[in-house]
Design a protein around this ligand. Structure first.
Ligand code: PMP
Length: 426
């Protein structure tokens, strides 16, 4: 593969964009080399500016459940665009999409649409604080909920990839209200709750973590959190930005059979357009402005292009619920194949998977929380990543990210990835 044009474009970008990108992990700092500049994409593939073709395992970091340039979404966006791109006034589309979300997601009666996962999580926490009248929240090391101040405390994803899980610019005043627990460790949560009696507004977590690689919840963990929240009047927030409409029509709540009090969404919900949402019972949502005093707003929130894309996406899922089974089967096939390809090599490997989320950590011990994920060997990861890239397989350029499979991937594509993995670590 040659990356000449991508290199030139990256140099030009570097002059005018911090780090040459608009979101840090794209810069390839963790893996070195030149970020690939995309020209166009269709289905499971994208073509870069040098004309290389890649099988894409990130699907825009999750949104593209059916693959790139999915016709129903394209048509919806084009049709809506012709009628105007934004009004800042109510449209019927917003109600229609909210009704669809409510019909698919368990335990929610009202929805507020926003423009990103960050906004959804930030607003969900404010709502939980307003609802309970309490200040503190518990988050889990290695979970990522976007870049709002309260979440940049031992955050996963790009924050930890760049070695700054605690960002400068977040004041000690803000940080003191975010308490840190360990993923898959109920006791760490119980200890914090006991030490802060009556002060915890919410727990926020990824029900299946995807920002320290993929880490599924162990048996009893989410059940224990649910029980603790119910007993102590704490709001349980499931950040379903990755898992929503990906693990099942009703997200992790449906897939795992656990009910959250507030669920946040992004990614698949927008079908590739900037959309986020948070949803809860009427009782909780009535505290939100203009019904209640907890303020939240957005000039472009609920804009018709994003709502049209979202409606097309959720309608496609409703029409084809088998998509989740197909994705699960493809990911299980990839899992088995990668295991076979990598186990024979002289490297320590752990592969975690849940539904269509999967990741590879180069470490001996089971990866079940941030600490064990952080033990992964980054040199092996770099070799693996670049080996795959040069063989036309695009993976997340950081070990602290999950792959997202899409329905357009064929078994031949998966075989190509498995063979590439074997050769990469050869
Ligand atoms: N929550 C989770 C679980 C995420 O994975 C992300 C982004 N990857 C966010 C929140 C933030 O979403 P956004 O990047 O759309 O702000």
């Amino acid at each position: 593969m040659r990356y000449e044009r991508s290199s030139a474009l990256f140099r030009a970008a570097y002059n005018v964009l911090p780090g040459g990108v608009n979101s840090p992990v794209r810069a390839f700092q963790a893996v070195g080399g030149t970020p690939v500049f995309v020209k166009e994409a269709k289905g499971a593939y994208f073509i870069d500016e040098d004309g290389n073709r890649f099988v894409d395992f990130i699907a825009s970091w999750g949104p593209l459940l059916f693959g790139h340039a999915f016709e129903p979404v394209l048509e919806a966006v084009i049709e809506r665009t012709r009628k105007g791109t934004s009004f800042g006034m109510p449209t019927a589309l917003e109600t229609e999409l909210a009704e669809k979300v409510i019909s698919m997601v368990p335990n929610v009666e009202k929805v507020r649409f926003v423009n990103s996962g960050t906004e959804a999580c930030m607003s969900a926490v404010r709502l939980a604080r307003g609802y309970t009248g309490r200040d503190k929240i518990i988050k889990f090391a290695g979970c990522y909920h976007g870049h709002a101040d309260a979440f940049l405390i031992q955050a996963g994803s790009g924050a930890v990839t760049f070695g700054s899980p605690n960002s400068p610019g977040v004041t000690p005043g803000t940080a003191k209200d975010t308490l840190l627990a360990t993923y898959n460790d109920l006791e760490s949560v119980e200890t914090l709750v006991s030490a802060n009696t009556g002060e915890i507004a919410a727990f926020i977590l990824e029900p299946v973590a995807g920002n320290m690689g993929c880490i599924p919840p162990e048996k009893g963990f989410l059940e224990g959190l649910r029980e603790l929240c119910t007993r102590k009047g704490i709001v349980l927030i499931f950040d379903e930005v990755m898992t929503g409409f990906r693990l099942a029509p009703g997200g992790a709540q449906e897939a795992l059979g656990i009910r959250a009090d507030i669920a946040t969404f992004g990614k698949v919900l927008g079908g590739g357009l900037p959309v986020g949402a948070f949803a809860a019972s009427r009782e909780i949502m009535r505290h939100l402005a203009p019904e209640g005093p907890v303020y939240q707003a957005g000039t472009l929130s609920g804009n018709p292009l994003a709502m049209g894309a979202g409606l097309a996406m959720l309608t496609a899922i409703e029409k084809d619920p088998e998509v989740f089974t197909r994705l699960e089967q493809k990911t299980a096939y990839l899992h088995k194949g990668l295991e076979k390809a990598l186990d024979s090599k002289d490297v320590p490997v752990q592969i975690n998977r849940f539904g269509s989320m999967i990741s590879v950590h180069f470490t001996d011990a089971k990866v079940r929380d941030f600490e064990s994920a952080a033990k992964g060997n980054n040199d092996y990861f770099k070799t693996y990543f670049h080996g795959m890239l040069d063989r036309g397989v695009y993976l997340p350029p950081s070990a602290f990210e999950s792959y997202f499979l899409n329905d357009a991937l064929s078994y031949e594509d998966l075989d190509l990835a498995i063979e590439a993995a074997s050769q990469s670590m050869g």
